[in-house]
Unconditional design. Sequence first.
Length: 121
Amino acid sequence: MSDSLWMDITTEDADALADFYVNVMGWKKEAFDMGGYNDYVMMKEDGSPAGGICHKRGCNSNIPGGWVPYFTVAELDSALAASKSAGGQQIGDIRHHGKSRFCIIKDPSGACCALYEQGEE
């Protein structure tokens, strides 16, 4: 079974949505430079990350709306192949986060999640 590692949401106005969660949840927003605009890492009061809020542009332009959970998998290529053979759809390219790799998929019900392969440190 995979663990949920992270969540983020992609929206047209990440600034306003980040402020919404600051007001509702008490999270703090930390700007992450995307080259001309900021996306946000949202931090809980204890300093641990709650998730990300991203603008629907650049590398995130094809990401569906709504919260997207990231689930860890042992091997991304195998998990993507299994997803496709079971009726899932890959959304966008495989992306990298340091030595880790991830990709968003849509399951047969239409719900989206990301598969995340932890890279060797």
